[in-house]
Design a binder for this molecule. Structure first.
Ligand SMILES: NC(=O)C1=CN([C@@H]2O[C@H](COP(=O)(O)OP(=O)(O)OC[C@H]3O[C@@H](n4cnc5c(N)ncnc54)[C@H](OP(=O)(O)O)[C@@H]3O)[C@@H](O)[C@H]2O)C=CC1
Ligand SMILES: O=C(O)CCC(=O)C(=O)O
Ligand SMILES: [Mg+2]
Length: 740
C-alpha cells in the first residue's frame, strides 16, 4: 500500500448506497493532498463470490478483499474506514445466494441439511460468509466509541423526542434463573502457550474431540459455559404464560447475527415453544417441507406455499387460532404482519432494546399500537442491565437529551475477545455426557456435564488485548478528565479473571487524580444512570458484549441514534480502523429508498470517521495537507451540526445526498478560509464559491427526484451502472465537483 492511501469499504444496504454519493466527494478532496482513497468490497455478495471463486467464470471472480484487509489490520500502515455491513442470518444468506444466481453466478444452493462431503463443504464455505464474519477479522484493536463534544452539543440544542414513561408501566425484562451460561461459567488463565482440546465424552464412555485443538497464548483467559436446552424451553413456556396473564406483549431479544451458532438455536427453541401446538400437530408436514425453527416462523410461512391448498389453509387456520390463545407478539412490522419471531436478524438486541426504551418501554402490537412488553433475554450475563434502565425510567421518567450526560465506551474487543469470538467453539451437544477442556499435559481445565440439545461454548480473551484495553481506558479517562467504571461482575468466573488482570495492568499507569472503579454491570448501570441524569459523564470500560449493547443504548437515548458516534479502533499494531457510527446497515432505509427515492441514512458517522482517518494519516506519514483536510473537515462537521443538515426522515426535505452536498460546501469553505496552506485555499476557493452560488439549484435538483420508485438492479449486489446515477442526481453539483 502506498503511504498516503486510505481504504474505504464498500458494504451493504443503506451505507453502501450512501457511499455512491459520498465517496466521489471524498476522493476529489483527498486527491488535493495526494491521498488515494481506494475501495475494498466486503459486502455479503462479494464475500460469497470470493468463497466460491472455483465455480465462477474467470470474469466473475473477485479478490478476497476481506482477507486482504484483515492482514492489513495487523500492520502499522493500516488506515481503514469501515462502514456497517450485513451480518447475515440464514434467511438473508439464502436471499443473497438467490439474487446472485439470478444474476448469472453459478453458485450452489445453501444446503440446510448437507448430504455427503460436497454439500458439507458448501455449507462450511457459506458458513464463513454468515453472521458476524467481517468485524472480528478487522478488529485487531479495542474500541473507543463516544459522542464527540460537537455532537453532544447538537443533541442538547435539538433534543430528539423520547417517549414518556409511566410508573405503572408493566414492561420488564425476563431472564432465566438457572441453567444459563451465566450460571455455569468456568474460567481459567493459561500459564503457558500451547493448545487445548475440547473433548466430549458420552454417558457410555466414548470420547471424541468437538473440533481441532485450540491454540492458546500464555496469560490468555479461557472460559466455558453451557446453556440447558430443557431449562430454556421451560423458561420460555413460563414466560409465554406470564405475558398472557399480565396482558403484555411477548418479545425475544438475542443477537443471532453475531452469536451465530448459539443464538439461532436459542431463537429456534423460543419459536418451537411459542408455536408448539401447531408444530406438534403437524410434525410430518413440518419435516416434509423442511421447516427449521432456527430461521424463524417466516421460514414456515415461506414454505407453506409448497403445500397443497387444503393443507396450507388448515395450518394457517391453526396458526390463527394459536394467536388467539397466546399473548400478543411484539411486531417488527405490523403493516406486513412481521412478528418478533419471524426472522432471527430482525431482533438484534443491541438495537431492539434501546428502541423499546426510547418508545416508553413499549413495542408495536399486531394492531399497530404501542403496548407494554415482556422483553425475553434468556441469559443472565447481561439481561439485568436493561431491567436497571427500565426501573430507572419507571421511577424517574424518560431521560432528557437536552440535559443528560454521556456514557462513552472503551470496549475490550481485540482479537475476537470473549463471547463474540466463541462461535467456532460453540456446539449443540448431540447426547448426554461431559465436555472437557484439556491441556497438552492431559490436565482438565474446565468441564461441564451436558445433555442432548444443550449449547456449550468456550470463549477466549488474549492477554495483550486486556492490557491494551486497560491502557485505553486510562488514556481516555485522562484525556477527557472523566471517571471510568470497569463493568465486571465478581460473581462471574470470567470477570473475576479479568478483575485480577485489570488490577495488575492499572499498576502500569499513572492513575493519580483519576477516578477508576470496578462495579458489577447492574450496579455500574445504576451508577451511570444516576450520573447521566445529573448531566455527568462516566466512561464505561466493558467487555465485548456490553460494548456492543451500550454503544447503541446510550447513543440512542442521548442522541436519538447511534449513527452520530465516533467509533475508533486504535489497532494494536499501530494502524487505525475507523468504524462509522455504532449502528448497522439499516435495511428499512433501503426499502424506503427503493419505494420513493429517499434515503434517510445519516452519514455523520462517516464524516467523523473520515476526519479521524485523515488525522491518523497526517501523523503516520507526515502529510501536512492531510492534517489541513482533517481540521477543515472538523470545522465542516461543526457547521453541519449547527445548521442541522442531517437528512430528515420524510420526503420533501434533504436526504442523504443533500446532506453530502452541505458537507461538501462547508468543507470547501473551511479549506478556502484556512491560512495554513495558501495553495490549498486557492484551490478550494472557486469550488466553495460555485457550491455556494448554486446552492438553491443543487438542492432543488436533489429534491426533484424524490417521490418515485427507483430501480437499483439488486439488493445484495445492486447494479453498479444504476447506483451512481440514482445516488448522484444533481448535474450541477457533479459538474462543480469535477472542476477540482
Ligand atoms: N458494524 C456493523 O457492521 C454492524 C452491522 N449490523 C448489521 O446491520 C443490519 C441491521 O441491523 P439492525 O440491528 O437492524 O440495526 P440498524 O442499526 O441497521 O437499524 C436500526 C435502526 O437504527 C437507525 N439507524 C442506524 N444507523 C443509522 C444511520 N446511519 N442513519 C440513520 N438511522 C440509522 C435506523 O432507525 P430509523 O429506521 O428509525 O431511522 C434503523 O432502522 C444487520 O445485518 C446487522 O447484522 C448491525 C450493527 C453493526
Ligand atoms: O458484527 C456485527 O454483527 C455487529 C457489530 C455491532 O453491532 C457492533 O459492533 O456494535
Ligand atoms: Mg452494535
Amino acid at each position: 500500500m502506498a503511504d498516503s492511501t486510505i481504504l474505504y469499504t464498500l458494504t451493504d444496504e443503506a451505507p453502501f448506497l450512501a457511499t455512491a454519493s459520498f465517496l466521489p466527494i471524498v476522493q476529489a478532496y483527498a486527491k488535493t493532498a495526494g491521498i488515494a482513497i481506494e475501495t475494498r468490497d466486503i459486502s455479503l455478495a462479494a464475500r460469497i463470490l470470493a468463497l466460491f471463486a472455483d465455480v465462477l467464470k474467470p470474469e466473475q471472480r473477485v479478490n478476497d478483499d476481506l482477507a486482504e484487509l484483515g492482514h492489513l489490520a495487523t500492520t502499522p500502515d493500516a488506515n481503514i474506514i469501515k462502514l456497517p455491513n450485513i451480518s447475515a442470518s440464514v434467511p438473508q444468506l439464502k436471499a443473497a445466494i438467490k439474487e446472485l444466481q439470478a444474476q448469472g453466478y453459478a453458485l450452489p444452493d445453501y444446503p440446510d441439511e448437507p448430504q455427503g462431503e460436497r454439500e458439507k463443504d458448501i455449507k462450511a464455505r457459506y458458513g464463513k460468509a454468515m453472521g458476524s464474519a467481517v468485524n472480528p477479522v478487522l478488529r485487531e484493536g479495542n474500541s473507543d466509541r463516544r459522542a464527540p463534544a460537537s455532537v453532544k452539543a447538537y443533541a442538547r440544542k435539538h433534543p430528539h423526542r423520547m417517549g414518556k414513561w409511566s410508573s405503572d408501566s408493566k414492561s420488564h425484562v425476563a431472564h432465566m434463573e438457572a441453567g444459563d451460561f451465566y450460571g455455569s461459567e468456568q474460567s481459567y488463565t493459561m500459564v503457558n502457550a500451547g493448545s487445548v482440546r475440547i473433548e466430549y465424552t458420552s454417558v457410555t464412555g466414548s470420547s471424541f474431540p468437538l473440533r481441532a485443538p485450540v491454540p492458546v497464548q500464555a496469560g490468555e483467559v479461557i472460559d466455558a459455559s453451557v446453556l440447558s436446552a430443557q431449562a430454556l424451553a421451560d423458561f420460555v413456556d413460563a414466560e409465554i404464560a406470564d405475558a398472557k396473564a399480565r396482558g403484555v406483549l411477548f418479545s425475544l431479544h438475542l443477537k443471532a447475527t453475531m452469536m451465530k451458532v448459539s443464538d439461532p438455536i436459542m431463537f429456534g427453541i423460543a419459536v418451537s415453544r411459542f408455536y408448539a401446538p401447531v408444530l406438534e400437530k403437524h410434525p410430518r408436514t413440518m419435516a416434509e417441507i423442511g421447516f427449521n425453527p432456527n430461521n424463524g416462523i417466516g421460514d414456515l410461512y415461506a414454505k407453506l406455499g409448497q403445500l397443497p391448498e387444503a393443507q396450507r389453509v388448515a395450518i394457517e387456520a391453526d396458526i390463527a387460532a394459536l394467536y388467539a390463545q397466546r399473548p400478543g407478539l411484539a411486531m417488527v412490522n405490523s403493516d406486513k404482519g412481521i412478528t418478533n419471531l419471524h426472522v432471527p436478524s430482525d431482533i438484534i438486541v443491541d438495537a431492539s432494546m434501546p428502541a423499546m426504551i426510547r418508545d416508553s418501554g413499549k413495542m408495536w402490537n399486531a394492531a399497530g399500537e404501542l403496548q407494554d412488553t415482556k422483553a425475553v433475554i434468556p441469559d443472565r450475563n447481561y439481561a439485568g442491565i436493561y431491567q436497571a434502565v427500565i426501573d430507572d425510567c419507571r421511577e424517574h421518567g424518560a431521560f432528557d437529551p437536552a440535559t443528560m450526560g454521556s456514557v462513552p465506551n472503551v470496549g475490550l474487543m481485540a482479537q475476537a475477545a470473549e463471547e463474540y469470538g466463541s462461535h467456532d467453539k460453540t456446539f449443540k451437544i448431540s447426547g448426554d455426557g461431559t465436555v472437557r477442556v484439556i491441556d497438552e499435559h492431559g490436565t482438565v481445565l474446565l468441564q461441564h456435564p451436558v445433555k442432548a440439545g444443550d449449547i456449550w461454548r468456550m470463549c477466549q480473551t488474549k492477554d495483550a488485548p486486556i492490557r491494551d484495553w486497560v491502557k485505553l481506558a486510562v488514556t481516555r479517562a485522562r484525556l477527557s478528565n472523566t471517571p471510568v467504571v470497569f463493568w465486571l461482575d465478581p460473581r462471574r468466573d470470567h470477570d473475576r479473571s479479568l478483575i485480577a488482570k485489570v488490577a495488575t495492568y492499572l499498576n502500569e499507569h499513572d492513575t493519580s487524580g483519576l477516578d477508576i472503579s470496578i462495579l458489577s454491570p447492574i450496579r455500574a448501570m445504576r451508577h451511570s444512570l444516576k450520573r447521566i441524569r445529573e448531566g455527568k459523564d462516566t466512561i464505561a470500560a466493558t467487555g465485548n458484549v456490553l460494548r456492543d449493547y451500550l454503544t447503541d443504548l446510550f447513543p440512542i437515548m442521548e442522541l436519538g441514534t447511534s449513527a452520530k458516534m465516533l467509533s475508533i479502533v486504535p489497532l494494536m499494531a499501530g494502524g487505525g480502523l475507523f468504524e462509522t457510527g455504532a449502528g448497522g446497515s439499516a435495511p428499512k432505509h433501503v426499502q424506503q429508498f427503493v419505494a420513493e427515492d429517499y434515503l434517510r441514512w445519516d452519514s455523520l458517522g462517516e464524516f467523523l470517521a473520515l476526519q479521524a482517518s485523515f488525522e491518523q494519516l497526517a501523523q503516520h506519514t507526515g502529510n501536512a495537507r492531510a492534517q489541513v483536510l482533517a481540521d477543515a473537515l472538523d470545522a465542516a462537521n461543526g457547521m453541519f451540526l449547527d445548521n442541522d443538515k442531517s437528512p430528515s426522515r420524510k420526503l420533501g426535505g434533504i436526504d442523504n445526498r443533500g446532506s453530502h452536498f452541505w458537507l461538501a460546501l462547508y468543507w470547501a469553505q473551511a479549506l478556502a478560509a484556512q491560512t495554513q496552506d495558501a495553495e490549498l485555499a486557492a484551490l478550494f476557493a472557486p469550488l466553495a464559491k460555485a457550491l455556494a452560488d448554486n446552492e438553491g439549484r443543487i438542492v432543488e435538483e436533489l429534491i426533484a427526484v424524490q417521490g418515485k420508485p427507483v430501480d437499483i438492479g439488486g439488493y445484495y449486489r445492486p447494479d453498479m451502472a444504476k447506483v451512481p446515477t440514482a445516488m448522484r442526481p444533481s448535474a450541477t453539483f457533479n459538474a462543480a465537483l469535477a472542476t477540482l
